[in-house]
Design a protein around this ligand. Sequence first.
Ligand code: ADP
Length: 193
Amino acid sequence: MRLLLLGPPGAGKGTQAARLVEKFGIPQLSTGDMLRAAVKAGTPIGLQAKAVMEAGQLVSDEIVVGIIAGRIEEPDCAKGFILDGFPRTVAQAEALDAMLRDKKMGLDSVVELKVDDTKLLARIENRARETLAAGGTVRADDNADAFKIRLDAYHQQTAPVSNYYAGRGQLKTIDGMAPVEHVSKALDAILAH
Ligand code: ADP
């Protein structure tokens, strides 16, 4: 199964993706996680991406498309994958289409989690608090200033991606403000079709 999860930062894509990894035994491809790993490892891509990410802006299409193109060739993606955080621009969506076309593959589901802007900052702040309480390190972009820029980037660059898939009749939306179990149920119902 090839699934694409869309939605603003803090919508709960990562939570749902982690559950679906267990359920379907396919990997979660989170460009955010991959980029954070590259920053941590100090790779050339990480060095380029670090400041952009910390500011809450988008890394270049070229970098993330390159990462995903390589990743979906890996053997663990043969049965499918869950894309989380990619595509984030229409150019990335077009690049993904071209990659899948080359492999004679398509997407089985494109699902958007809808959450009001006003709820998102509170979720991010909560995640930061919980991470700290658990002794973890808070993400460099999980603060109010960077979050505002992430949300702006979402509205300007990523919201059009939903229209891109809606225009092709592929987009399904879920209320991401419902409790996690409700969101899980709604998502499972979509995937069962
Ligand atoms: P969230 O889902 O909380 O917005 P992610 O972990 O998906 O955050 O991404 C964190 C940061 O990584 C983004 O703000 C951006 O700088 C970078 N990033 C992740 N995915 C992409 C992408 N597809 N295109 C451009 N930048 C990306």
